[in-house]
Design a protein around this ligand. Structure first.
Ligand code: 3NM
Length: 228
């Protein structure tokens, strides 16, 4: 069973005018303690998606060959020295092919994307697979797949998603918690003001877009402080 950090930050390309801004946002989230980032791009431009995903990957790439070049005279353990952010995981929204192409660490799919088992066939057994659900029936069905974690939402009203499903509320989180033992991510309208109630309702992690945008580093830090 995987272990999710309390904060699951979503980097949604629609909120950034330029790639540099998107990359800067990701850096700040990680500076604020973020270790799990999803790249989301609903514009459907697959070339742009791969390009942006590769830029994100560059930021957090682990260079396992760094040990041999390392100038540190007192290496803690030779051959294990790493540069980059070995603890940051990058998840691709929707697209298993781009996950593999950009060497991401996992894929998150919705109800209208490839099925979890089709995605698993593409990404293999090691990468993380997340599945969005919006009601108890979907939670029940997704629980029986090889998904590593499930998402439930929208918990609260959100303007970050086109045509969101009906709000499930904290009660929806509680019901989902009762239906699966897989790690559970809550999503939709979650802010620093309501995040604690969402965790209390049974979520392991909160996925957030808007409430990270204004001051990503500070906001991420505050999420971690609140959800300790
Ligand atoms: N998926 P914000 S709600 C991407 O219900 C997404 O599955 C949802 O953005 C779902 O934190 C949502 O700004 C938007 O509300 C989350």
């Amino acid at each position: 069973m995987i272990e999710l950090p309390r904060l699951y930050a979503i980097v949604d390309s629609v909120f950034f005018a330029a790639e540099e801004e998107l990359v800067q946002f990701a850096k700040e989230i990680v500076a604020g303690g973020g270790t799990l980032l999803q790249y989301r791009n609903k514009s459907g431009n697959v070339r742009e998606m791969l390009e942006q995903a590769r830029e994100l990957k560059k930021l957090f790439r682990v260079d396992v060959n760094a040990a041999s070049r390392d100038q540190n005279p007192h290496p803690v353990a030779k051959n294990t020295t790493r540069v980059g952010h070995p603890s940051v995981r990058l998840i691709m929204n929707d697209r298993a092919d781009l996950c593999v192409a950009a060497e991401f660490d996992g894929v998150h799919v919705g109800q209208e994307d490839l099925s979890p088992e089709s995605v698993r066939g593409i990404i293999g057994p090691e990468r993380w697979l997340g599945v969005s659900t919006h009601n108890p029936e979907q939670v029940y069905a997704a629980d029986m797949t090889s998904a590593d974690y499930l998402a439930i939402g929208p918990v609260f009203a959100t303007s970050s998603k086109d045509k969101p499903d009906p709000v499930v509320g904290l009660e929806g989180v509680r019901r989902a918690r009762g239906l699966t033992r897989k790690p559970l991510v809550a999503i939709g309208g979650i802010t620093r003001a309501n995040a604690a109630s969402v965790i209390e309702a049974g979520a392991d992690s909160v996925a957030v877009i808007s409430d990270l945008l204004r001051n990503p580093r500070k906001s991420a830090e505050e999420f971690f402080r609140i959800l300790r």
